[in-house]
Design a binder for this molecule. Structure first.
Ligand code: HPA
Ligand code: ZN
Length: 335
């Protein structure tokens, strides 16, 4: 008899909230720095890993943007994508919807097309080798003005068929979703689904704004919804998915310990919760480690795991026939 955790780990699953720049492991960061003849702000791999001690979201973002400087060529983005998908596959991920932050790269003079082509090449290799499917979600950086996001959308337009949707990330506090009302309206007019980080460090009101103003199809994080009973009712009624990232939330001190995480409360309200790794190189592991940490804290039964892993497909942007097929697989897996 398999334990609920063993069943969960071996179940096919989708990952819906992972920043490709956040999958940059220290080993690869130093290898790319060497390849590109540039220096990192840390002496070696151990020194860099020792810096992964974050007080909040901003202290993480400062290091995340600094490390992204080693990503320069199409080959670098290819290697980054392939390394992530290889690790995700080991955790049973069959489909991944992956965030990328073009502004982090175009601001350093890296062409948008270099980033996109590299990421696509890595994804194509994983599709051919392992049958994994991927979709790219372009995230706008919310600490920058909306006009910068508009310019990024312009740069993306020639490649729009290769971008599945749009998101909003970076420093949440002081940068409410409504700051990006106009650019998100343009994204939706292009027929693209939109998502936004909300209620990670920011208040529940930012989740409401993401729903009402940005008209998102999913909320990224959303864990602070637990502070607002009326919002919980609405999220349940609208079956609005939350892409929850447990290890991220503990590492960034949204919750001091996993046992204090709002995940059980969100599940108890019947919300469509999914589990994800966010920035796995920085937060203590990929999706499998997130599942292990959750199980250690909450000891979920097999039925709860079936719901969580089924939700990863229910909340995904894959086409309805493939969604139904994967849901049937999950059902068989837990039968
Ligand atoms: N929150 C906001 N922005 C981000 C994150 C995150 O966890 N990771 C990368 N960009
Ligand atoms: Zn995130």
């Amino acid at each position: 008899m398999k334990t609920p955790l063993e069943l969960a780990l071996s179940c096919p699953k989708a990952e819906l909230h992972v920043h490709i720049e956040g999958t940059l492991e220290p080993e690869l960061a130093f290898a790319l720095a060497r390849r590109n003849g540039i220096a990192l702000p840390h002496a070696d791999i151990d020194a860099l890993r020792a810096a992964y001690d974050f007080a909040d979201l901003q202290s993480f973002l400062d290091l995340y943007y600094a490390c992204a400087d080693v990503l320069r060529t199409e080959a670098d983005f290819h290697d980054l994508m392939l390394a992530y998908l290889q690790r995700a596959r080991a955790d049973g991920v069959v489909h991944a919807e992956i965030f990328f932050d073009p502004q982090t790269h175009t601001a350093r003079g890296i062409p948008f097309e270099t980033v996109l082509r590299g990421l696509e090449a890595g994804a194509a290799e994983a599709r051919e080798a392992w049958g994994m499917s991927t979709q790219l979600i372009l995230c706008f950086l919310r600490h920058l003005p909306e006009t910068d996001a508009e310019a990024t959308l312009e740069a993306a337009l020639p490649f729009i068929d290769r971008i599945h949707g749009f998101g909003l990330d970076s420093s949440e506090r002081g940068h409410p979703p409504a700051k990006f009302a106009r650019v998100f309206e343009r994204c939706r007019a292009l027929g693209k689904p939109v998502v936004a980080h909300a209620g990670e460090e920011g208040p529940p009101a930012y989740i409401v704004e993401a729903l009402d103003v940005l008209k998102v199809a999913r909320i990224d994080h959303g864990v602070r919804a637990s502070e607002d009973p009326a919002l919980l009712d609405r999220l349940a009624r609208e079956a609005m998915p939350l892409t929850v990232c447990p290890l991220s939330n503990v590492r960034l001190r949204v919750f001091e310990e996993m046992r204090e995480h709002s995940l059980p409360a969100l599940l108890a309200r019947g919300l469509v919760v999914t589990l994800n790794s966010d920035d796995p190189a920085y937060f203590g592991g990929y999706l499998g480690n997130n599942l292990r940490a959750v199980q250690q804290a909450f000891d979920f039964d097999a039925a709860t795991w079936k719901t969580l892993l089924g939700n990863s497909f229910r909340a995904s942007f894959i086409d309805p026939a493939r969604r139904a097929a994967w849901l049937a697989e999950v059902e068989r897996h837990f039968a």
